[in-house]
Every structure is written in C-alpha cells, then in structure tokens.
Write a protein that binds this ligand. Structure first.
Ligand code: ATP
Length: 888
C-alpha cells in the first residue's frame, strides 16, 4: 500500500509541475530554457526538461534546437493534429522503415501505390492497413468520409466463384440466385481503400481481374463482361505466406512491400510497450487498475509461442480476466501475477536472458499512454566520421601527439555524452539496462583493470536507450570501417568494446547498431583511462597461450588501470616473429618515457639490438617474469620512477626473493552440470577424469537447478578454483566460462581449455587432454560409456524417434539440439529400463497440461522405443524432453 501512495504523490506532483510549466510558458512572451524554468519554479532541471519534452511530444510546446535548447508555447490555432502513426507501437523502432514505406504509398496521388504487407499471423498487418487508411485521410489524399473496406480472401477459400462475386459484384442472372445487379466490395471502396487480407487465396481469375483494375483502373462485374466500370480505389494486400508463393505477375504490379517482424524480433522497448499497451486496454475495458508483477512482464517479454501479438493479446485478456474474477469485494487495485498466466505461456517464456527486476508496474484506466517508453524526444547520436577519420590518419602518420589524439577523442565522446545524458528513461528499461551494463563493467574491472564508475554506467545505459529509440538508422558499415581503423591504434580498447557488446547482446539481446556500440565503448574506455603518455610503457612477452595476459590482467586490476600490455606467444614462436610483433606495437606507441619489457626466456634478452631504434626513450629488458615482479614494476611505473631505477629495484629484490612461496591456493577443478538424468554426471565425470591423464585438476558435479539459481554463490566456487563449466543446458555464470557439452569437442572447447588448463600445464599435456576429449566425447562413445545398451541400436531408435517428432511437430531441431536430444534420450531409456532414477512425477504436471499436442506427438514418435524396450514416459520425463526441444 505504501508503494501506491508514494506513486500517487509522485504522479500528482508531476501533474502539478506540468500545469505550472505550461502556465509559465503561456504567460511569458520570451522563450525559456529548461534551466530558466527550473530556477523560476524551484524544481529540478531534469524534471523540467522531462516535462517540457513531454509537452513537445503532445504538440503543445515547441522546441528549437539551439544551444541551449529553448521552448515556447504554441498558440492553439497553430497546434497541428497529430500524425496517426505516432500511436502505432514500433513506428519509431523496428517498424520504422515499414511505416516510412506505408506513408509513401499513402501519399501517392490518384489510386495511390498498392502495397503488400508480409508477416506471420498476428504481427499487426490488419492494424497497419487501418493506420495507412487513417494516414491517407490525415494528409488529405482521400476525403474524411472515404470508405475502408476489408475482405479476407481466406473466408471464401473453398468457393472461388463466390469470392470473385463478392469482390467484383455481379449482374442479374450471372448465376443461379443472382436475382439483381449487385456491387462488389471493390466498388464499395471507391474513393477509399480496399484491404485484401490473405490475398494468396485469391484464384488466378480473380488475380487477373485485379491486374486489369491495377493496369487500367476498370473492372467488370461477373456476367457483365461488356460493361466496364471505372474506379478509384487504393489497394492494400496482406499475406502470411512468403514471397515465393505469390505470382510473379502479381508481385510485379506492387511497387511497395513491407515485412512486419515477429514479436520475438522486436526491440526490448517495443515488446514492453506492446505488453503494457495491451494490459492498459484491458484496464480500460474493465475500468480497473492492475498492479502487474515484474515476473509477468519478464515472462511476456520472452514469449516464444506462435501467433505473435494476436496471441499475446489473448493471453493478456485471459490473465486480466482471471485476476479480475479473483478480486475481493471492494478491492480497487488488482494484482496480476504469474498465477494468472496460463501454463502454456509459462512454458513459452523463460525470462532467463532478461536481468531480473523486482518492481511492480501499475496500470490504470485513466493513465495517459502508460505504455509509452520514449519519454523525452529522442536524441540523435552519431560520431563525426570526418573528425575521427582525419584524426586516425594524422595519428598514424605521427603528425599529432598521443595527448592531442586523446583530447580529440575525449571531446567527441563528451559531445555524445552531452546528447544522451539528459534523456529521461522509463524506469523499467533503465533497470534492465543498468543490471546488464553493471555486470559487464564489473567483469571488465575484474579482468582488464577498467575502474567501475557509476557515471560510466549511467552514460552507457542512456546511450543504449537512445540508440534503441533512434529515429534514423546509422550506417553500420561506416562504423565497421572506423572501428577497424581504430583497432590498429588502440586494440586493447577495441577488445573491451567487443566484449562489452558481446556480453550486452547475451544479456538483453541487444541488436541495434552493433558497431556503434562497440565503437562507443572502445572510445569511451579509452577516453577515461589514465593518460598513458605519462608512464613508461611496459609489456610482458611470454610463451604459452595466456601466461602474459594472466599476469597483465592481475596487475592492471590491482592498479585499476591498463599499465601492462600482454604478448602471448606460441611455444615455438621464433625470435624474429617476437621482434616483429613488438615492432608493430611500437610503431603506434609513444615511447618517450621509455619501454620496459619482461620476457620469460634469457634468449630474448638480446632482442634489444633489433628494437632499440624503434624506442624513443630508454629500453630495458628483464628476464624471468613473475606476477610479483610485474606488480612491483607497476607500482614504480605509476610513481613515475625512471626506467633505470625501476630495473635496479626489480633485479635487486627479485634475485634475493627467488624462493618466495605464494599463498596456498584453492584446488583447481572442472565443474560438470547436467540436466540429462541422475547418474549421468557420475559417468561423465569418470570419462572426463580419464581424459585428464597426469593433469592435476578435479572434476566436480552439481545439479543444473542449484547452479542456475545460485550462480557463483554456490559453495563449490569457494572450495575450488573452477576452470570452466561443462553443461547440458544453457547457463551463464559470471566470471566463469561455460561450455555446452557439444562445444567441448569444437574449436571453442579447445580455446577454452588452452586459456584455462593450458595456462599452467605444459603444451604436450594440454594437447593430450584435448585429444583425449575429442576421442571420448563423440556422441557414439558418450552413449556407449553412459549406458550399457548397444550404442548402435539405441542410437538408431532414438534418431528415428527424434526425426519422427520433428515431422509431427512440423519443425527442425538444430544439430546441437539433436545431439543433446540423442544423448539425453539414450541415457533416459536405460534409466527407465533399469527402473532407477526415474524422474519424480510431482509438481510438473501443471506445466504440461496445455502441451497436449506435444505430449501426443512425443508419445507417438516414442512408441517404437516404448514397445521395443518396454518402457514408458512419465510426465516429468516428457517435460525434460520438451525443455530440450525448446530451450537449446
Ligand atoms: N503495433 C501494435 N500496436 C498495438 N496493437 C497491435 C500492434 N500490432 C498488433 N497489434 C494487435 O495485435 C492483434 C493482432 O494484430 P492483427 O490482427 O493486425 O495481425 P495480423 O497480422 O493481421 O494477423 P492475421 O494474419 O492473423 O490476421 C490485434 O488485436 C492488434 O490490435
């Protein structure tokens, strides 16, 4: 209750401020800035700015983009009616291009330009058709009273004659029962719009008649071939089928087509807006306020089922009705939570990739545009391509110093920061992005020494919001080109930009402008990092896949800045290649304060001869690098000691400290996590242990349920230094790499093993470990090891079951999904035969109730195995299989 009261006060205060601002603007003749209004009314500047922008959107106030921006009241006679598309959700996001095309089509004179809308069922084709019609009225290409006629060709699919007569009309006597001349719908639509839905159902003769109209503007009624009637009808077509099912002659006549993406492909903000919009509609219908739990929103955001927005609308209707029915007498605010969603929806949305937000959202009938996320006018962000291009050129040609280079980048990044910083973000989206961005920044802090800051977090959150809502599409290729150029100059930051984007993509499915996001991240990190110009440059050259990088990441993290650069070398890299790499690095580096190189082999000490001419200041090389040495050097570098002193101190300390014993370390382990079935992890553990020949690493196991809920808070992370996790279902644990079982034998598995186990194991042992894995973890071998059944036979039967299931479910599983299904089902059959470890029945039944068709299909495809092995599936087993077909 306290929450509601607080919220009410807040919205009341907002209303109050809105009135006050409007009053002030009406009264004063001069233009006002957000700042001047804030001062006069004694309110926060960003509150004033938020409200002003809202008034701009409502068309009551206008804004001039001077610096600073000024606002003024628009006299009512000057206020324009609003473009109908402003209320079409997605018009400024994923449907932006589509809407532009619709506007073009509607704005075209005379018969307009016929337009064809493609999209799956329920994506909003009919709604968009109506919007096109409204827009044409709005811009005056059709009169206010123009008709809008809809015909769904599917309704007459079985009677093509009837369809033709409904569409084109008929003459008396044209067929039995035609007892008077009758107008067709196309005539009814004269001077307006005709919307033909499911147009692929129209017969070839019907299409011919349409072509005639489209080419010549005339039609003839059925049975009246002699007489033509001239019409002025604008056409909109829609189809759920692909382009390939339409006649070429038809497609040729339609200059504009539009594809509406599925719900799953919409931006996060757009999905959120759609959901809240639909709840708001229910709230208006029932005249009731709903208090929506964030769980509900999360589930709906990740809804994966068929039928798109149409289905979502039904789900929301049903849920609201259920919640409404359960209300107690006199209850004014009705909670809407997971218990109101159908179990089918619960299965189809998992909320997994969306960071968890614990917040209630109140939707009441009288709230105006409650769903609207874009609260301020969207800013356009863009890097000045020319500035950065010229800058890189100059820098590469050594015409400008690093300081100047950094300064210009700093200014450019600041310019963008200025644009985004006063964007007001919808709290829900803000929370989502903040969670994701925070995790990434902490990861970068832990691994690359990039100091986390709240301001940095806020800038990123706002920048992402702006990009996602940006009105214009930035040209990705432009950024690709810029980023590639910059990569040469600042590859460390390029790497961070890349990590930033990849992690963000995983966390919130972020897709818009990937290159821009990388660029911005890279430049931002670069611009706020400490000025490396002042320090001696320091690099570590070491053999082994990640020896140098592991030392540098420790040191950089301790000092919270990027002091050391790592050069990881293959064991057999020849000296001349080492020299080449260092020279390449030196080419773009200012070394006036000297260069310190740590190496791991005495033989590298004499590379000084090869590189001394490339270094401006002193050059020092020290052998036998250890983390302690690097830490000590890092400290001295930050104290601006000169290179000679740094070297003397290190050599003095570390020659005598040769026997330094590091603190006791946790045992290393690989963590196995399995949903496949009880006992499977045990066998996999043995298999993996067998591969580890002479490598001192434990293999530990955990259940998926515990690991996925507790994450890295699980005890196992306290006891062991977990190298990586092998899992059979998707899993993300902060700070630890996870490998899907099927990735273990891929290139990725090899990379992960090299960067973990390879760090402290010699090359031969690591290589042997990988080879053992590749040999042991083939599907056939796994099944042979995990079960006592004949692997060929059971695999054959399972393969048959899975392909039959694919046919019945009318789907194709990915190769990875299939691999997992094969392993799981084989192990399951054995479990069932032995009647041990049968998964418990309880709790899960509810979830399956609405999956009747899947249950039926699975049982049917499984019947071969059922009969042959005399086993049967309980509901929990079915659910496990269902999850594998859905989630991977
Ligand atoms: N952008 C949107 N904003 C608000 N509601 C929407 C939007 N898009 C779709 N809807 C709602 O979703 C439902 C389904 O949309 P619509 O009937 O237009 O889809 P369709 O593509 O024509 O589907 P079908 O091919 O099954 O006829 C409608 O109730 C519509 O109001």
């Amino acid at each position: 209750m306290e929450y509601e009261i607080r919220k009410d006060k807040k919205s009341m205060a907002k209303e109050n401020n809105k009135d006050r601002i409007l009053k002030l603007l009406k009264e004063c003749k001069n233009h006002q800035t957000a700042e001047s209004i804030a001062v006069q009314l004694n309110i926060q500047r960003n509150t004033a700015s938020g409200i002003l922008n809202e008034l701009v959107r409502e068309g009551i106030v206008q804004k001039e983009k001077t610096r600073p921006v000024i606002f003024s009241y628009i006299q009512p006679e000057d206020q324009l009616p609003e473009d109908p598309f402003t209320t079409f959700i997605g018009a400024d996001q994923s449907l932006k291009d589509a809407v532009e095309k619709c506007k073009l089509s509607a704005g075209y004179p005379n018969k307009g330009m016929p337009i064809l809308l493609f999209g799956s069922s329920g994506v909003g084709k009919s709604l968009l058709a109506e919007y096109i019609y409204q827009y044409a009225k709005f811009i005056g290409t059709i009169p206010e009273d123009a008709p809008f006629v809809v015909l769904n060709c599917a309704d007459y699919a079985n009677n093509k004659e009837l369809l033709s007569s409904v569409l084109f009309g008929y003459k008396k006597g044209a067929f039995t029962g035609a007892n008077k001349d009758t107008k067709g719908l196309i005539e009814e639509a004269d001077k307006g719009y005709l919307f033909l839905d499911e147009v692929h159902r129209l017969s070839p003769e019907g299409q011919e008649k349409l072509f005639r109209y489209m080419d010549k503007g005339i039609i003839s009624r059925m049975g009246d071939s002699g007489q033509n009637c001239e019409l002025n009808v604008r056409l909109i077509f829609a189809t759920t089928e692909g382009r390939e099912t339409m006649l070429d002659t038809f497609l040729r006549r339609i200059p504009v087509d539009v594809v509406l993406p599925d719900f799953q492909e919409r931006t996060l903000e757009e999905k959120y807006e759609l959901i809240l919009f639909l709840i708001h509609q229910e709230s208006k219908t029932m005249n009731t306020t709903f208090q929506v739990s964030s769980n509900v929103i999360n589930r709906l955001l990740t809804f994966q089922g068929k039928g798109n927005i149409g289905t979502l609308k039904n789900i929301i209707r049903l849920s609201c009705a259920k919640a409404y029915n359960e209300r107690s007498k006199g209850q004014e605010v009705i909670p809407l939570n997971l218990s109101h969603l159908s179990s089918d929806t619960l299965l189809h949305g998992n909320g997994e990739s969306i960071p968890y937000i614990n917040e209630m959202i109140e939707v009441s009938p009288d709230q105006d545009a409650v769903w609207k996320i874009s609260m301020t006018e969207q800013a356009d962000v863009d890097f000045s391509e020319k500035v950065i291009n010229d800058l890189i050129q100059e820098y590469l040609e050594k015409d400008i110093s690093t300081i100047k280079f950094r300064k210009i980048i700093y200014d450019e990044v600041n310019r963008i920061e200025d644009i985004v910083i006063d964007q007001e973000i919808h709290p829900y989206v803000q929370n989502l992005y903040t969670q994701a961005v925070r995790n990434i920044l902490i990861y970068l802090q832990d691994n690359y020494g990039l100091k986390y800051s709240g301001v940095m977090e806020m800038v990123f959150v706002k920048m992402l919001y702006v990009l996602n809502n940006q009105n214009k599409h930035t040209d990705d290729r432009k950024y690709e080109h810029l980023a590639k150029q910059l990569q040469r100059v600042m590859y460390r930051y390029y790497k961070m930009g890349l990590i930033f984007y990849e992690m963000l993509h995983q966390a919130v499915d972020y897709e818009t402008n990937p290159w821009f996001v990388r660029m911005f991240a890279m430049l931002y990190f670069y611009s706020i990092a400490r000025d490396e110009m002042d320090y001696t440059n320091a690099i570590i050259v070491s053999h082994g896949p990640a020896t140098a990088s592991s030392i540098t990441s420790t040191v950089n993290k301790v000092f919270e800045t990027y002091i050391f650069e790592a050069f990881d070398m293959e064991y057999d890299t020849p000296k001349k290649d080492v020299v080449k790499r260092i020279k390449r690095y030196l080419k773009n580096t200012n070394t006036s304060k000297g260069l310190l190189i740590f190496v791991d082999m005495g033989s590298l000490l004499d590379i000084s001869e090869d590189i001394k001419d490339d270094v401006e200041g002193d050059l020092g090389i020290v052998n036998n690098i250890t983390t302690e040495m690097a830490l000590e050097a890092g400290e001295l570098i930050l104290k601006h000691e000169d290179l000679q002193n740094i070297m003397d101190t290190i050599i003095e300390h570390h020659v005598t400290k040769k026997s330094f014993v590091p603190s006791k370390q946790k045992p290393k382990a690989i963590l196995l996590c399995c949903t496949t079935g009880l006992g499977t992890t045990d066998k996999m553990k043995m298999l993996l242990q067998g591969c580890l020949e002479g490598i001192d690493i434990d293999v530990v196991e955990m259940t998926y349920a515990e690991l996925s809920t507790e994450g890295n808070r699980c005890d196992v992370f306290r006891k062991y230094d977990i190298q990586f996790i092998i899992t059979t279902s998707k899993l993300m644990i902060q700070g630890v790499t996870t490998l899907m079982l099927n990735e273990l034998i891929d290139e990725r598995g090899e990379k992960v093993i090299y960067s973990t186990v390879g760090r402290y194991c010699d090359k031969d042992k690591t290589q042997r470990f990988i080879e053992n894995i590749v040999r042991s973890f083939t599907i056939k071998n796994l099944i042979g090891q995990l079960t006592i059944l004949n692997p060929d036979k059971i695999m054959g039967d399972v393969e048959e079951t899975v392909s039959k299931l694919e046919i019945l479910e009318d789907t194709t599983y990915s190769i990875d999904q299939k691999k997992m299904l094969y392993i799981h089902m084989c192990v399951m059959v054995e479990r069932l035969i032995l009647e041990k470890g049968r998964l418990p029945q309880e709790d899960m039944t509810d979830d399956l109730k609405c999956r009747e068709s899947f249950i039926k299909n699975l049982k049917e495809s499984f019947s071969v195995i059922e009969n042959k092995y005399n086993v049967s599936l309980n509901e929990r087993e079915i659910l496990m299989i269902y999850y594998l077909t859905e989630n991977n």
